[in-house]
Ligand binder design. Structure first.
Ligand code: G6P
Ligand code: MG
Length: 223
């Protein structure tokens, strides 16, 4: 049986994915003259701030053209803009059904923790008033390899003493699904099933998430 749940934050608990996209789109245009497309944005989801910038630079064929100091300045500006966008978040910004789902898990005494690459995760969880349910958050600085590596999911499961094989991981990004799978966990994707085709189970929207569907799919995978 399932022993714990680990959650990505951006795009799973709340729709900050759109704010990351907006901030990168503006900064990439202004500072690098690179126009980001939704397809590029898929590659940025779940990736650390600097890895995201490297992806954008690669997409714009500007590899090797910027110093580390320049890249750090661009990443800082992106984060300043992103922080402005998340300042006014409230519990109303929890994605449909997720507040209820987290409460249902708590009622069933499932331990939960957060595996987000974002250094802004503790602030966002506070704004959403989810500290009681999702107070266990991995510090992304404490893990060696970012997503798609499994490290952050393993650290999140370790925090709640949940063996990987019986842990369920939630993700909206292909990089995250890879990490969950490589950790040997059961992967639940939120989004387009044709993009998240490596996931064990996909819900098109958070509103469709169902504990019984997850328990059933987990049981048949491990039968
Ligand atoms: C999440 C998002 C990414 C973001 C990363 C780092 O994984 O999906 O788009 O780049 O966090 O976030 P941060 O807030 O630290 O820049
Ligand atoms: Mg995400």
């Amino acid at each position: 049986t399932i022993t714990g749940f680990v959650f990505d934050l951006d795009g799973v608990i709340t729709d900050t994915a759109k704010f990351h996209y907006q901030a990168w789109k503006e900064i990439a245009q202004e500072k690098l003259d690179i126009t980001i497309t939704p397809a590029v944005n898929e590659l940025l989801k779940g990736r650390s701030r600097m890895d995201s910038l490297e992806e954008i630079i690669k997409f714009g064929h500007q590899e090797g053209q910027h110093t580390l100091a320049e890249k750090e300045a661009i990443a800082t500006e992106k984060n300043d803009r992103y922080k402005q966008l998340i300042q006014t978040m409230t519990p109303a910004d929890i994605l449909p059904g997720m507040g209820e789902f987290l409460q249902e898990l708590a009622d069933h005494h499932y331990p939960m923790s957060v595996a987000s690459a974002s250094f802004n995760a503790p602030f966002i969880i506070k704004r959403l008033k989810l500290e009681d349910l999702l107070g266990k958050i991995v510090d992304p600085a404490s893990v060696k390899h970012g997503k798609p590596a499994p490290d952050i999911f393993e650290a999140a499961a370790d925090q709640i003493d949940s063996p990987y094989a019986t842990t369920v991981g939630f993700e909206d990004a292909t990089a995250g699904i890879s990490g969950i799978n490589d950790a040997g966990m059961f992967s639940v994707g939120i989004g387009d099933p044709t993009i998240l085709d490596e996931a064990d189970l996909v819900f098109a929207s958070t509103a469709d998430v169902s504990l019984s569907a997850i328990e059933q799919a987990f049981a048949s995978k491990n039968a």
